[in-house]
Design a binder for this molecule. Structure first.
Ligand SMILES: *[C@@H]1O[C@H](CO)[C@@H](O)[C@H](O)[C@H]1NC(C)=O
Ligand SMILES: *[C@@H]1O[C@H](CO)[C@@H](O)[C@H](O)[C@H]1NC(C)=O
Ligand SMILES: *[C@@H]1O[C@H](CO)[C@@H](O)[C@H](O)[C@H]1NC(C)=O
Ligand SMILES: *[C@@H]1O[C@H](CO)[C@@H](O)[C@H](O)[C@H]1NC(C)=O
Length: 276
């Protein structure tokens, strides 16, 4: 039933648009504030002569190209729509200095000459994101850590729209949920639509957190599909003098394994003794 409806709509449309056929509207679906965008409108006149190409945002016309007119190109000011005419043509419109007001439904409309004035139109939505120009910030970290020290660090991404997705890694491995607090979201003071995101890492240092004496803490921030940045902080284990061995340094994880095996042995032995 649905398929038949679509077929009928297509047939009716085809009937109206006899001469001008819109081939493709090439518009980015996601852009960043402050950036620029090229909007492309590829069409097939099928023998007809071009009368005009018009561009609309949310139903309001902002660009027109009519080749038969003395000044073929014209643009009109709309909030968030800044056309650069020298980079625009019959098939492309260049927008610059995008703002949050640039987001909206963009349409390209192509019409043929008299007598038919046949028109074809296509439209697409453009979303505009506020993207930080720096990576996430880490706070609360010390230079060095001892074993059994508590590591508490906040990873914070500057205000963005939408909110960022944060992820912590220790030595490139994702951190278990129980070592995380948050995420916390704070509305930006000067942009009620922008959100600052924080995720806290909180864990007690164990020997297995060090690889070759170093512990690498990384926070990744993602605002799909436009932004992914990470910040890494590397810390060296601060061993008490008694534990420090001259070169080569024994891997702390081995110590840990031996300790574990001794404790297993102890448990086994006590079970045996209890049985006897
Ligand atoms: C349009 O783009 C050109 C080339 O990038 C640039 O030189 C010019 O300043 C721009 N015009 C406006 C009005 O921004
Ligand atoms: C974009 O902003 C720059 C800097 O303010 C300006 O020079 C340029 O003309 C603007 N572009 C358009 C198309 O308005
Ligand atoms: C981390 O962020 C929370 C919530 O904003 C705050 O209460 C806490 O003091 C921060 N801690 C550090 C170490 O920055
Ligand atoms: C500790 O025990 C595990 C198995 O439980 C074994 O694979 C490992 O080699 C042992 N480590 C040492 C240092 O004995």
């Amino acid at each position: 039933m649905y398929g038949i409806t679509i077929l009928i709509i297509l047939l009716v449309k085809q009937d109206i648009v006899r001469s001008v056929r819109l081939v493709e509207l090439r518009v980015p679906t996601h852009e960043r504030e402050g950036g620029s965008a090229l909007l492309g409108c590829q069409y097939d006149l099928e023998g007809d002569t071009l009368y005009a190409v018009k561009w609309y945002k949310d139903g309001k016309e902002f660009f027109k190209y009519a080749p038969r007119i003395q000044t073929p190109m014209k643009h009109f000011k709309l909030p968030g729509v800044h056309v650069n005419e020298s980079r625009s043509s019959t098939t492309v419109v260049a927008l610059e200095n995008l703002t949050r007001e640039s987001a909206g439904l963009y349409a390209c409309e192509v019409s043929g000459e008299a007598p038919s004035f046949m028109t074809a139109r296509s439209e697409k939505y453009i979303t505009v994101h506020l993207i930080p120009d720096t990576g996430p910030k880490l706070t609360g970290l010390k230079d060095k850590y001892f074993l059994d020290d508590l590591v508490v660090s906040n990873c914070t991404t500057a205000p963005s729209t939408p909110e960022a997705h944060l992820k912590w890694l220790i030595n490139d491995r994702p951190v278990l949920k129980r070592f995380l607090r948050g995420p916390w979201y704070r509305v930006s003071a000067d942009r009620p639509d922008a959100i600052e995101t924080t995720l806290q890492l909180r864990f007690t240092v164990t020997p297995s957190d060090f690889v070759d004496g170093a512990m690498k803490l990384t926070c990744q921030s993602t605002i799909a599909p436009l932004y992914q940045q990470e910040t890494t902080s590397t810390h060296y284990i601060d061993l008490p003098l008694s534990l420090e061995t001259p070169s080569p340094v024994s891997s702390p994880s081995t110590d840990h394994a031996i300790k574990t095996n001794w404790s297993i042995l102890t448990v086994l032995l006590s079970v045996l003794f209890l049985r006897i």
